[in-house]
Design a protein around this ligand. Structure first.
Ligand code: GDP
Ligand code: MN
Length: 381
């Protein structure tokens, strides 16, 4: 579960991290009065659960309460990456000297939390990692010992942070680590953490992703869930217990098993296609679940073909095939589909699908090739 910027900053503040003064507004006139309280200059920030709001025009600087009202009107009418903006954060505008990146996440390979920092902050960190990996500094933290002062200082030194900021930085890094651990987060990120013109550190943006499996330990945080702001497809997927992640490609994927889903996406990519999503329908996969999964995949307008890759182990392929047919009854079949069905009773399963005029494939690569070809045919039309 993702938290909004204003929620993340509230948690940061509880852990001693300095944040700008400010409050959330639901209307433009509220934004105006908050700007007045802040002394006129304010930054208006769209509260949506996606990154890159700045680039999308969702972060605007106002010089006066009147301008704050005007900009809030614009931002509150926006959609960012498909999500409607219903709230804005009105913060005291900061005078920025340098933007820093600071985050805590889990390093699965090291089996430890890792603190990542960079003086190339502000922009997307994946971009920095790709272009200039030397600009990232890391320190691994033993969760039972917590972040030690010397570790934070080592990080500050390797980032070449001015020495007079080291103790402020150590305090913020310690607070961020405690926030991460205390909320059972999988990510706690400040981007940017800025050096102000007055040479202090200030957390201007905040992002926290909580581990859904640990949410039961944090009922007060679970209440912060903002269903209005979640992508509708992801909301639907959660309802049916499906793991769905939307991606940018055009080949919809429905697979049983997370590992097989990953392998399927790899094969599609290696053959020159781009998956539109990750979707694991899980084991057993009753018709109702398959139908919901198909609806979710087809709700993405980028999808030009769909590939189903189902391995029938305990569930028999003929059952799966009947499930697919039942699932397809309520679904418009405008988008071509390719089904790869292997495992117990696969011949019977394929027979059932063939009788219903559904193309099947014997191997994973054959299925991927057919799905890619089908997506291109539609793209040309
Ligand atoms: P994001 O685009 O969703 O990551 O939103 P951010 O909160 O990180 O804001 C994007 C960028 O807007 C930051 O990197 C800053 O450059 C700029 N920005 C945000 N708040 C302020 C502010 O108070 N003053 C100034 N001058 N710029 C700001
Ligand atoms: Mn940011």
């Amino acid at each position: 579960m993702k938290l909004h910027e204003y929620q993340s900053k509230q948690l940061f503040s509880q852990h001693g991290i300095p944040i700008p003064r400010g409050r959330v507004a639901m209307t433009a006139s509220e934004a105006r009065s908050i700007a007045e309280e802040l002394g006129g200059r304010a930054v208006i920030k769209a509260q949506v659960l996606v990154g890159g709001r700045g680039k999308a025009g969702g972060i605007r600087l106002a010089d006066s309460p009147e301008e704050a009202e005007e900009l809030a009107t614009q931002v509150l009418g926006m959609r960012i990456k498909g999500l409607p903006v219903r709230k804005v954060l009105v913060d005291e505008a900061a005078e920025i000297q340098t933007e820093i990146y600071l985050a805590v996440t889990n390093d699965r390979a090291a089996r430890l939390p890792v603190l990542i920092a960079s003086t190339a902050g502000g922009v997307e960190i994946e971009e920095v990692a790709r272009r200039d990996p030397g600009k990232l500094s890391r320190v691994w933290v033993d969760p039972f010992l917590g972040l030690r002062e010397y570790q934070a200082r080592n990080l500050a030194a390797s980032m070449e942070l001015p020495r007079q900021l080291w103790s402020e930085f150590a305090h913020i890094a310690g607070g961020l680590f405690k926030t991460f651990l205390g909320t059972d987060a999988t990510l706690a990120e400040i981007n940017p953490l800025v050096i102000t013109k007055a040479s202090h550190l200030l957390a201007l943006d905040g992002k926290i992703v909580l581990d859904d499996n640990a949410l039961f330990r944090h009922p007060e945080l679970a209440e912060w869930r903002d269903v209005d702001e979640e992508a509708p497809a992801e909301r639907e997927a959660r309802k049916y217990g499906l793991s769905y992640v939307k991606l940018d490609g055009d080949i919809g994927c429905m697979v049983n098993g997370a590992g097989l889903a990953m392998a399927t996406m790899d094969v599609i990519k290696s053959l020159g296609g781009e998956p539109a999503n990750f979707l694991d329908v899980g084991g057993g996969a009753p018709a109702e679940k398959v139908a919901a999964a198909l609806q979710i995949i087809l709700s993405d307008p980028n999808v030009r073909s769909v590939m189903l890759n189902i391995f029938g182990g305990i569930t028999r392929c003929d059952e799966v095939a009947r499930g697919i047919l039942i699932a397809l009854e309520g679904v418009k079949r405008e988008v071509p589909m390719v089904i790869r069905l292997v495992g117990t009773n696969e011949l019977e399963g394929r027979q059932i699908l063939a009788e219903a005029d559904l193309p099947t494939a014997a191997t994973l690569s054959e299925a991927a090739e057919l799905a890619i070809a089908a997506s291109r045919v539609r793209a040309v039309r």
